[in-house]
Design a protein around this ligand. Structure first.
Ligand code: FEO
Ligand code: CA
Ligand code: CA
Ligand code: CA
Length: 657
């Protein structure tokens, strides 16, 4: 991008904010001091700076114009980047994570091999910088290095498609051989892999002490108000505090104290058994399992290997999933922690906004039709001087849910035990009940049902909040915030916390909002017509916004999941959020057929963009033997493999121009 910080007339505070943002600050840690610290953290640790009242964001600065030559809508077997860019395959499903990892053998996978390899169907990506000097370096120093040439790539592995993963598995039936189930399980979870940029190419560093696989078998604990609650207790964990594993990890977020948040989303697909069978003994659990669409047949056969995945044998096990999990990528021996104070739902992401001395805010959407948007506000303030003091910050605070009024105003409604609708008489015996059943609590306070909330990001420049609503085929009644019925193409909302651009207060309970864009074809009939900025080109429109990232200059990058159903590849589009280019989208990256795009994530310098191509070749009838693409290897002995792609400009410039 052009460097607007040198623009004539730029206010000093803008220059400082942009300089610090781009060069010195990642994860909210300012090199050489902490008096000017604010972090509004996106998917990849890019941080924003500012001063002022609690929760405000940085001084506003102009967003640089987008100058790349956009790519056309397409649908073919491979991925596409604009002229003048490279899109290099960095990590594929089955690649080594450790120096002694076994080679990928797609016809001989088992749990042991897969647990030493990069997992399948990569989603969220965080880039956490590593200082060049390793010995004695603290987490704060790693963050402050803002190193854009060496870091930890932290990647979720959301799910699998067993029919494309294993030979001989047909239709939607999961592989049921013991080795297949074990391999399937180990392909889920998360990977931490050190990467370095050498000779203008990113490579994995396999002998790194930071490298790690987290799987559905990794021991972890749950903390906060629901920890130990009776409804989290199982035969294997009578104390209700020690949970085995995480899975269905979709998107996430980064904290300014150097940890990564990963969100458990579609955990429902992994539980087998009919809620009716537990109705008599566990009527409330049966009700909640139905609310999460646990209706009988799991998509996977994990219950054949572990009874905990059969709700008729362990009715409370699903209550131990659907949380936000905090991981310390700088300590491969650390135990992940599920933070119950952030509530249980199908969390899409967890986007952190923080400022020194102020409460931390975490935004999250519940990705299901007619579910809600949440905000957590911590009780204690972010301590920028001693990062370790923040390690339990997400255990105490208030969870809120959004109500969008038709007049463009909105309010965060507290989900606090004892408030009207949230008392024992209403069925909530404690705050733990409210958090375990956040959906019921949100129903009770009159929150707004949304069109499948996916990612949420905050602008590093304006502090505005962007929410992707990917689609909703079953909306019964349109409202101003979900204006289409049905809504097959989705839309993007813009939330404006009070205070004005550059000084927005994310802790305040009131906000304004508007529709940033309506996705879809701008030539479609009026009821489904897309609505964008005036300068959107022929290939600038898209459907089904899902993941977001902001680049360091404050431009919004929008990844899609579902455009392929309209006959166009999924991919990435970019837009300014203010000025004449507002909401005028340009097409930057195209996926191979069958894939959705996840995890857009920039290095702190804005010169590398990592994207996660998920489920390439996932099309009706596709199998291991007969895939519709063999991306990215294009070898007859290799199935399609979900992969992280590192995008760089051939001239080394800023992504997007
Ligand atoms: Fe995992 Fe809502 O996308
Ligand atoms: Ca998603
Ligand atoms: Ca994101
Ligand atoms: Ca998705």
């Amino acid at each position: 991008m052009s460097d607007k910080s040198r623009a004539p007339g730029a206010h000093f505070s803008e220059v400082l904010a942009r300089h610090v943002n781009r060069r010195q600050l990642v994860g909210g840690i300012l090199l050489g001091g902490s008096s000017l610290v604010l972090a509004s953290l996106g998917a990849c640790g890019s941080a924003r700076t500012g001063r002022g009242a609690a929760g405000v964001t940085a001084p506003a600065a102009a967003e640089p114009a987008l100058s790349f030559e956009e790519i056309p809508h397409r649908l073919d077997a491979t991925h596409h980047v604009p002229r003048g860019y490279r899109g290099d395959i960095l990590l594929r499903w089955g690649d080594a994570v450790f120096a002694d990892s076994p080679a990928f053998a797609p016809r001989a996978q088992n749990g042991e091999r897969q647990s030493r390899q990069f997992g399948n169907n990569n989603d969220f990506i965080a880039y956490m910088p590593l200082a060049e000097e390793r010995a004695g370096t603290t987490r704060a120093a790693h963050l402050a290095s803002a190193n854009s040439r060496r870091g930890l790539l932290c990647v979720n592995h959301e799910h699998t498609r067993p029919q494309q993963m294993f030979p001989g598995v047909g239709g939607n039936a999961p592989g049921s051989a013991a080795s297949e189930i074990a391999a399937d399980m180990a392909a889920h979870g998360h990977s931490v892999v050190e990467i370095e940029l050498r000779d203008d190419t990113w490579r994995a560093v396999l002998d790194s002490p930071f490298n790690r696989r987290i799987t559905p078998h990794t021991p972890m604990r749950i903390s906060g108000p629901a920890a130990g609650h009776r409804r989290l207790q199982t035969a294997a964990d009578p104390g209700g505090r020690d949970i085995t594993g995480t899975f269905a990890n979709c998107s996430g977020g980064v904290t300014p104290w150097g940890t990564v948040l990963i969100a458990e989303e579609n955990f429902r697909h992994y539980f087998h058994g009919d809620p009716a069978a537990i109705e008599a003994e566990h009527p409330h659990e049966a009700r909640m399992h139905r609310r999460f669409d646990i209706l009988g047949s799991a998509r996977h056969y994990w219950h054949l290997r572990e009874p905990r995945f059969h709700i008729e044998r362990e009715p409370r096990e699903p209550n131990r999933f659907g949380w936000v999990v905090e991981i310390d990528p700088y300590d491969a021996t650390s135990q992940p922690v599920k933070r119950s104070a952030l509530g249980r739902c199908q969390h899409e992401a967890a986007t952190v906004v923080a400022r020194a001395g102020a409460p931390v805010v975490v935004y999250s959407g519940d990705d299901s039709a007619d579910e809600y948007i949440y905000r957590f506000v911590s009780a204690a303030a972010f301590d920028a001087d001693n990062l370790d003091n923040n390690r339990d910050l997400l255990d105490s605070g208030t969870l809120y849910v959004a109500r969008f009024n038709d007049d463009g105003s909105g309010r965060w409604l507290p989900l606090r035990h004892g408030e009207p609708g949230l008392t024992r008489a209403d069925g909530f015996a404690s705050q733990a009940d409210i958090l375990i059943d956040a959906r019921l609590a949100a129903d009770a306070v009159g929150a707004t049902r949304m069109d499948r909330p996916e990612d949420i990001e905050t602008s590093p420049v304006s502090g505005r909040v962007y929410v992707s609503l990917t689609k909703n085929d079953q909306r019964r009644r349109a409202d101003a915030a979900n204006p289409r019925q049905p809504n097959p193409a989705g839309h993007i909302l813009e939330i404006l916390p009070p205070g004005g651009d550059g000084a927005r207060d994310h802790v305040a309970d009131e906000f304004q909002w508007n529709v940033f864009l309506l996705a879809g074809d701008p030539q479609a009939p009026p009821a489904q017509r897309g609505r964008y900025g005036d300068n959107t080109s022929a290939h600038g429109w898209f459907c089904n916004p899902d993941n977001f990232a902001f680049d360091p200059g404050g431009r919004l990058w929008i990844a899609t999941d579902g455009f392929v159903d309209f006959g166009v590849h999924d991919g990435l589009w970019a837009a300014q959020t203010s000025g004449p280019g507002r909401a005028s989208c340009r097409h930057f990256f195209g996926c191979p057929r069958g894939a959705e795009l996840c995890g857009p994530c920039f290095t702190p310098d804005g010169k590398t963009l990592f994207v996660a191509v998920q489920h390439p070749g996932d099309e009706p009838g596709a199998t291991f033997a007969e895939p519709t693409t063999r991306w990215p290897d294009f070898r007859e002995d290799m199935p399609p493999r979900a992969s992280v792609v590192a995008v760089r400009r051939q001239d080394g410039g800023d992504i997007g121009g």
